[in-house]
Design a protein around this ligand. Structure first.
Ligand code: C2E
Ligand code: CA
Ligand code: CA
Length: 413
């Protein structure tokens, strides 16, 4: 009996014994989870249907065709009246496309191997000899080959980065943030680097994305908080005050994606006596917009530790001031793409001026990034921008050089 299953309203279907759910060789457009009953899974051998499995409560059927877009490799027939939950194609597609690339690759390879073995099995059972089986070179599929190479590079790089964290190869550099009213250093932004014994100093652009994708950003993030806290305490001890300098730390969205991560991070801060009173957390608009209500709560929780919040790269994302008041934001960092071009580009200049005025009316302070020349500084002062950061003052530097800058400022005072 062939029952065409079209009515999937509620994604639950009931089928009588004898109904065929799908047939070997046809294209698949959904998978199934067996809730009750029994399903026979069979394949055709020498014109005979050979049953090789019985699926029962909790078993999944027909997912293969959806993962690698091949045809059904088996026929599924209801043995005892069954109730099935239908998993639509786009649901599986979403799961597959968002899976880790290495997991995705392994799935594709397992599928390919299974289909190859099945085709050999079919050849033999149809009377063909073992010699007639063409042994294909492994991974002749060029797309899979490229994916494999990518996965290999990624896995190798991930292992190196994991080792770097373990072997103490990560470094925090500090870039001064200047009071535009008087030129004094008020704080710094902590920027990560990787001191790779083979490659030298690796910039964050080359490994932060990988750290985020692999989840390594969590332990790295903990290390950053611990390192930044020790650094700011040293800077303040040198200045002889508890709160002379603040330190800005970049918080990536992957560090606070789940409530569990936030809990682990805040526990880490408490367990290690890391106070955030001199901290500013730099977050991006994309993070704010990902889940506004939750992020607002998370930021409020962090602010209970005494830190401030700065909105990084402002002007490059949604750039809508209308939602800003909904978040506990203290400062806006104007993206360097506007600041470093405003002297020549009237549009950039207008954007920087407008952002300074609007931030002021929202009672938020402004930090201009990418101040590269004196004329940038002069313009920012005219716009009442509060703080400046950029190569005009200093590139990001190691802790001892930053301490020397502070010392110079103290001696001049
Ligand atoms: P960002 O947060 O926008 O950091 C500012 C970047 O601008 C830094 O690059 C800095 O060296 C550069 N910069 C500063 N002043 C100037 C200037 O006058 N001209 C120019 N052309 N560039 C300037 P860096 O250190 O390579 O960092 C790149 C990005 O990597 C950062 O962008 C941030 O998104 C990420 N990153 C760096 N450190 C961390 C970290 O500890 N945690 C996380 N999650 N991300 C980090
Ligand atoms: Ca930043
Ligand atoms: Ca930035």
């Amino acid at each position: 009996m062939r029952t065409t299953i079209l009515d999937t309203e509620g994604y639950r279907i009931q089928l009588p014994a004898g109904a065929v759910i799908f047939q070997e060789g046809e294209a698949g457009d959904r998978a199934y989870i067996v809730d009750s009953g029994e399903i026979g899974v069979s394949t055709r051998v020498n014109d005979r249907e050979l049953q090789f499995a019985i699926a029962q409560h909790g078993d999944i059927l027909g997912e293969m065709a959806l993962i690698d877009h091949g045809v059904r490799t088996a026929t599924a027939t209801v043995l005892n009246d069954a109730e099935l939950i239908v998993i639509p194609k786009d649901y599986i597609h979403r799961l597959v496309t968002t899976a880790d690339p290495t997991v995705n690759l392994l799935m594709q390879i397992v599928m390919q191997r299974y289909r190859e073995m099945k085709s050999h099995f079919d050849t033999i059972s149809a009377g063909g000899s073992l010699d007639s089986i063409e042994v294909k070179p492994k991974l002749e599929n060029s797309q899979l080959k490229a994916q494999t190479e990518m996965a290999m590079r990624r896995v190798t790089e991930e292992q190196r980065l994991r080792k770097a964290l373990h072997n103490d190869e990560l470094r925090l550099f500090y870039q001064p943030i200047i009071d535009l009213n008087n030129g004094a250093i008020l704080g710094c932004e902590a920027l990560i680097r990787w001191q790779d014994p083979e490659r030298g100093l690796v910039p964050p652009i080359q490994f932060i994305a990988l750290a985020e994708e692999t989840g390594l950003i969590e332990p790295i993030g903990h290390w950053i908080f611990s390192e930044a806290s020790q650094a700011v305490n040293k800077f303040n001890a040198l200045a002889g005050k508890d709160d002379a300098f603040f330190i800005s730390v970049n918080l990536s969205s992957r560090q606070i994606e789940t409530d569990r991560q936030v809990e682990v991070l805040t526990d880490y801060l408490l367990d290690n006596d890391i106070e955030l009173t001199n901290f500013k957390l730099e977050i991006t608009e994309t993070l704010l917009m990902s889940d506004p209500l939750r992020i607002s709560q998370v930021l409020t929780e962090f602010k209970r530790f005494g830190c401030k919040i700065a909105l990084d790269d402002f002007g490059t994302g949604y750039s809508s001031f209308s939602y800003l008041h909904r978040f506990p934001i203290d400062s806006i960092k104007i993206d360097r793409s506007f600041v470093s071009t405003m002297a020549e580009n009237p549009t950039s200049k207008a954007i920087v001026r407008t952002l300074c005025t609007l931030a002021e009316s929202l009672e938020m302070s402004t930090i201009a990034e990418g101040v590269e020349e004196e004329k940038d500084q002069t313009m920012l002062q005219a716009f009442n921008c509060n703080f400046g950061q950029g190569f005009y003052y200093s590139t990001p530097i190691p802790e001892d050089e930053f301490m020397a800058l502070i010392q110079k400022q103290l001696s001049a005072a």
